[in-house]
Unconditional design. Structure first.
Length: 136
């Protein structure tokens, strides 16, 4: 197997894109309200430090997802935005949606939680996959 070469800038931009998308997706202007209601979560302004830690952890996780997606795209040979988006979709379907759907059923979570959480990953992986494949 030959060494995999990918654009580190594309990985960095993709990871940061995922992070900003998540911040917007779960903001009060978009899905924070319904998501929090379905999970019976309440805002607690005294827990500000834990929010910053969670945001940092999300950034690290998003960078790792982008790094791994770059590998999958490289292995697939995807060399255009369309093929990269397709790889992103396949990764979402197989590694995000497939395990999260039955998990939500077992946990008796509202279907809306699955739709919000996995909608974020679907959009994010489509865009990140397109970016990573096109910017090689």
């Amino acid at each position: 197997m030959h060494p995999l070469h990918f654009n580190l800038w594309a990985v960095l931009v993709s990871g940061i894109f995922l992070w900003f998308l998540g911040a917007a997706w779960y903001s009060p202007a978009v899905f924070a309200g319904p998501w929090m209601r379905m999970l019976r979560l309440e805002r607690d302004p005294t827990r500000r430090a834990s929010i910053f830690f969670a945001m940092f952890a999300a950034l690290v996780g998003d960078l790792l997802v982008a790094f791994m997606l770059a590998h999958v795209i490289g292995w697939s040979g995807a060399d255009s935005a369309g093929w990269g988006a397709l790889v992103g979709f396949i990764v979402w379907l197989g590694f995000f949606a497939a395990p999260n759907f039955p998990q939500g059923i077992f946990e008796r979570r509202p279907q809306g939680v699955f739709l919000i959480n996995n909608g974020y990953w679907l959009v994010g992986l489509l865009v990140a996959g397109a970016l990573l494949a096109a910017w090689r």
